[in-house]
Design a protein around this ligand. Sequence first.
Ligand SMILES: Cc1cc2nc3c(=O)[nH]c(=O)nc-3n(C[C@H](O)[C@H](O)[C@H](O)COP(=O)(O)OP(=O)(O)OC[C@H]3O[C@@H](n4cnc5c(N)ncnc54)[C@H](O)[C@@H]3O)c2cc1C
Length: 336
Amino acid sequence: MEMISTDICIIGAGPVGLFAVFEAGLLKMRCHLMDALPQVGGQLSEIYPHKPIYDIPGYPTVKAQELVDNLLDQIDPFKPTFTLGERVEQITRQEDQSFIVTTNEHTKVHCKVIVIAGGLGCFEPRKPTIERLEDFEGRGVAYMVKNPELFRNKQVVLAGGGDSALDWTIFLSEVAEKVTLVHRGDTFRGAPDSAEKVFNLAKEGKINLLLKSNVVRIGGNGHLKEVFIADQANEVTALEADHLIPLFGLSPKLGPIAEWGLNIDKSAIVVNTEDYSTNVPGIYAIGDINTYPGKLKLILCGFHEAALMCHSAFKFVYPDQRLSFKYTTVNGVNAF
Ligand SMILES: Cc1cc2nc3c(=O)[nH]c(=O)nc-3n(C[C@H](O)[C@H](O)[C@H](O)COP(=O)(O)OP(=O)(O)OC[C@H]3O[C@@H](n4cnc5c(N)ncnc54)[C@H](O)[C@@H]3O)c2cc1C
């Protein structure tokens, strides 16, 4: 696989990782962002996209997803590159002090500086108790939709009752040959207008909606072939399926970050507040992932940390240059 080369590799594409691209760009440093989730935005896009946020300076109120979209617009001139849907597993130091960052899918990024903006860690799927579920992971069972095209003209069973289950049922009803949504209740936790769309799709015969039901077992030979569903009366029916997508939420875990030789205190990376550097030269930690006396897990604090971090990281990217501080009004936002 071809090596991606950049100045700064940012692990975590939440709001703080995204804003770091802007601050780095002002100092002519290129960034590559990596995230285990299939989309950018971190907690904002994954947990509370529709929630208003009231403490972003200059915005009396802004919806979480709108803030993420605005951040993407703001960093666009700096042409960041992305690896999404892959978890960073390993970092290795090279002889010339640069780093190689490797993901679970074997993507490799060569960089001079690593910025960990990993928030609360990787979001791991909450797995329901379904017999033989793990036997079919990657063989028909997936806990996230990374590439909807994978489901084109396929028979897909989704399980869950939150926003993700509703949103993907609606989306995949246009893509898959057959979509079945299995939910243990008869009302949904997700947004009421999405629930209404799902009930309408079921009425129109465009999806198969099984309420008060649970997936209890799955089967197949090498790849998923059948999903067994128990109804309220505990009667089990077999359904032909190419894919099962259980969507029961995600919970964050520090994961591989704990193995990288960094000083960790209570699942957070200890940093020097002068520049948010870690105990390893060339590795910084910003946003929710770091800890220091007085730390507040707020987006605006992460933005501040990103600015200071970039001014320090400059010396690893341009060791022969002196950095003098200038306002954006002096230099403008000059893209590459
Ligand atoms: C319900 C709720 C409401 C909130 N409301 C507010 C509010 O009103 N105002 C406010 O300021 N803050 C609020 N917060 C807190 C705010 O969301 C966080 O401070 C903010 O998301 C931190 O941003 P971040 O970029 O540091 O991390 P995150 O948003 O957590 O993003 C980190 C990203 O790193 C990725 N990652 C982690 N490890 C790896 C790895 N090994 N490989 C690849 N990717 C990895 C994760 O997948 C994730 O996408 C709220 C939080 C919650 C849960």
